[in-house]
Design a protein around this ligand. Sequence first.
Ligand SMILES: Nc1ncnc2c1ncn2[C@@H]1O[C@H](COP(=O)(O)OP(=O)(O)OP(=O)(O)O)[C@@H](O)[C@H]1O
Length: 795
Amino acid sequence: MLQQHGRQPHYVLPGPGAIAPVHAAIPRGSVGGGLNIIGSAPIFQRLLRMVEAVAPTRSTVLISGPTGSGKEIIAQLVHRQSGDPGAPFVDLNCGALPEHLIDAELFGHTKGAFTGAFNSRAGFFAQAGQGTLFLDEIGELPLAVQSKLLRVLESRCFRPLGGGDTQPFNGRIVAATHCDLAAMVQAGRFREDLYYRLAVVKLDVPGLDQRRSDVAALAAHFASQQKRPIRFTATAVERLCRHVWPGHIRELRNLIERLSILAESALIDAHSLEAFLSAGTPEDTDHTLLAEALMRLDGDDKLAAAQQLLIDYAMRIADGNKTIAARHLGINRKVIERRLHGDEERSNFARVCLLEGRALIEAARFKEAIEVLRRGLTLLAADAHPGTARRLSCDLHRWLAISHRGISGWQSAEALACYQQALQEAAALGDEVEITALRFGIWSSQLMALDLVAARATAQDMLQRAQAIGDTDLLSQAHLALANTLFWLGDYRETLACLERGHLLCGAASTEAGGQGLDIAGLSATFEGLSYFQGGAFRRARLVMEQLILRGSADNPHPFHRVIALQGAAWLACMFEDWARLANLAADLKTVASEYGYQFYLGVGQIFHACALAPGNAHAQTEQRIADGYQHYMLCEGGMLFHSFQAWKRGELLLSAGQPLQARQLLHGAIEMALEHGERAYLVELLDMHARTWIAVGDLDNAERELGSALSTAKALGAAAGSLLVATRLAQLLLQRGRRPEALAHLTRALRSVEPDTALPRFAQALQLQATLAQAISMPCQPEDTQHELSVEPR
Ligand SMILES: Nc1ncnc2c1ncn2[C@@H]1O[C@H](COP(=O)(O)OP(=O)(O)OP(=O)(O)O)[C@@H](O)[C@H]1O
C-alpha cells in the first residue's frame, strides 16, 4: 500500500496507517548528503549554514515552514550531516496514524499487549536506534501522546506497551510542523514544556514566495528529472517566477510533472504554460460529453460518484496535499477532510473487524469470527480506495475461509469460495507471500478430496515459493502440508524426513497457531507419532503420544489446539490398542468439539469412541456409529480423507460381530479406493483384515495368498508395524497348516524390524507365538537381536 502525505510515497506496512521507516544509508562526506538541494537565495543559504552548524550536535531540532516548502528534505539533510549518517532515519507522519495506534507505533508492544497484538513489535523509537526519529506534522500529535513524548525526551528512555523492560533511546528527534506551534501553545492545544524541549534549535524553512530567485533553478532541476525532460522559454521562466505558489516547491514540482506528461511540445512557452497554471477552467471542454461520461460512473448516486472522482483527481495532482487539493477544487479543506475521513473511517472499521475476527479465531470462536469478518466485508463494499480495499478484502476472505474450515472441515464449500476470492485479490495485488499462504487452503481441499497427487504437487509448489520468499511461517506450513500428504501416501520415512527438514519434529515446532489458524505443532506431532508407529519405532511413538496427551489436557487454554492434540493422542492410543485411554481421550475430544462447534472433530471423536469399545463389545451397531461419525461429520461436502482408517476399523467390528461377508464387501471397496487414490497409509491393515475374512469362512488358501501379498506391501512401504501384524497372522496360519519353521522365519524377521514394546498387544502376541514356535521346533529364539530400521531420532 502506498501512502502519500504531501511527499514522496513511502511504503506503508499493512497496518492501520503505520508508516514504515525509511533507512537512509549515506556515504560519509557526500556533499549535501547527495540530496540535490537546490537554492542560492540568501535566506535559504542562511538556513543551510544553520543546518551545517546544528547537524553534528545531538540537539533536538524543530523545523517549521509552510506545507511543501521542503521541511522533510531539510530534516534529511540534518541527519546526513550528523555524526552518523549511516544510522537509520525513521520517518513518521504523526497526522497519518490513527490516535489509538500512536502509542503502539511509537513505543512498540509486546506480544498480547492488546487484542490483535499477535507478535511483539519494535516501535519507532527502537527502530531509530542511534539515528534520527523524524516526527513530521508534530502539531497533529494528541495531547495524551505529547506528554508521553515529553517523558521520553526528558528521561531518554521508553517502555513498550504491555510491559517489558525500559529501553534507552539514544537517537535524535527532529520534528517538523506547518502549524504555528507557539500559537497552539497559547490556545492550549500543544504542551508548552514539550514545545521548548523540541525547539532547542529552531529551523525556519522559507516559502517559495520568500525565495523567488530560486524558482528558475528549481524548475530546471525538476524538468531535468522527468522521463520526458522539458525546457522553458525565457518568457515562460519569467512567468513561473511571477506566479504565486501556495503549495510552494511541491506545487512547482507537480506542475512540471504535469507539463512533462501533458504538454504537446517539450519546449514550454508562456502561452502553453498559462493553460496549466490556470488549471481547471474547461472552456474547451464539451460539457455534454463530460456530463455523459460522469453519468456512466459506477453506483446509483452519480452526484456522489462525480464528487468522489473530482476529489480523487485533485488529491492526486496535489500529491496528497489536502490544502492544495481544496484550492484546485475551490472548496474548503474541511470538505475534503470530511469526505476522506468517511472513507478512512470505513476502512478503519473494516480493519478493526479483521483484528477482532482474528482474535476470535485465535480463541477458536469461529462462528462469532464469521459474523465479525462478514461485517468488515460489508463496510468495505463502499470503500473508495481500491488498493486498501483489495488488501483488506483479501485478508478478510482468508480469515473467513479459515473460520468456515474450522467449523465444517477442510472441504467446506464456503471455505473454498472464500479462498478463491482471496486468491483473486492477492493475484491482483501481486502479493507473492499471500498467494503462497493461500495455496495452503487449496492444498487442504485437495487432500480432503483424496486427490493426493495434486495435493503433493501443491505442497511442493508451496514449499518452493516459501523457500524463495524465505518466510519462516510459510516454510513451516509448507513442510506440514507436504509431510501430511506423504503420510497419507504411506511414505512414513519421508514424512519424518520432511518434518525434520521443516524443524517440526516434536518439541521443535512452535506453539503458535501459524498464519493459517492451525495448530502447526499439534498436527506435526500427530503425523510424527503416527509415522513412528507405522515404521515400528514404538518407543518414540509413545513419547509423542504422551506429549500430545499433555497438550490436550484441560490446562491448555486454547480449545482448538486441545482438539488437535486430543485427536492425535486418541489416534495413537487406538494404534496402541490402549482402549481405556482411548475411551477417555475420545470422550474429551467429543466434549470440546461439540462445545465449540467443531463438526469435523466431533466426527473424529465419535469414530474413536466407537473404536474404544472394540474388541470386547464389538457388534454391528458399533460399526454403524463409526459409519455415522464419518458420514455425518467428516464427509462434509464430499471429503474422503480418513476413508481407509475408518473402513479398517469397521471391517474389524463386522468381523468380530460374525459378519465376514459384509466385512469383505466393505473392505474390498475400501482397498479399491485406496489403490485408486494412492492412499496407502492404512493399506496393509485393510489387506490384513480382508485376509482375515477368508480365515473366518475357513478358506485358508485364499487367506494365505492375501497375507503373503499384504506382507510384501508392508515391506515395500516400510510399514514395520503392519509387517508385524500380518506376519503374526501368517505365522498362526502356517502353524495351523504344520509349517512351523516357515512361520517362525516370518515372525522373527518382523520382530527384528520393530522396537520392542510388550505393552503393545500385537508385539506381545508375536513374541509369545515366536517362543511357542521356537520351543516346538527346539530352536532358541533371540529377542535381543531385535533392531528397527527408522533412523530419525526424536528431539
Ligand atoms: N531545496 C530543494 N531542492 C530540491 N527539491 C526540493 C527542495 N525543497 C523541497 N524539495 C522537494 O519538494 C517536495 C516537497 O518537499 P518536502 O516534502 O520536504 O516539503 P515539506 O515542507 O516537508 O512538506 P509537508 O508540509 O507536506 O511535510 C519534495 O519532493 C522535495 O524533494
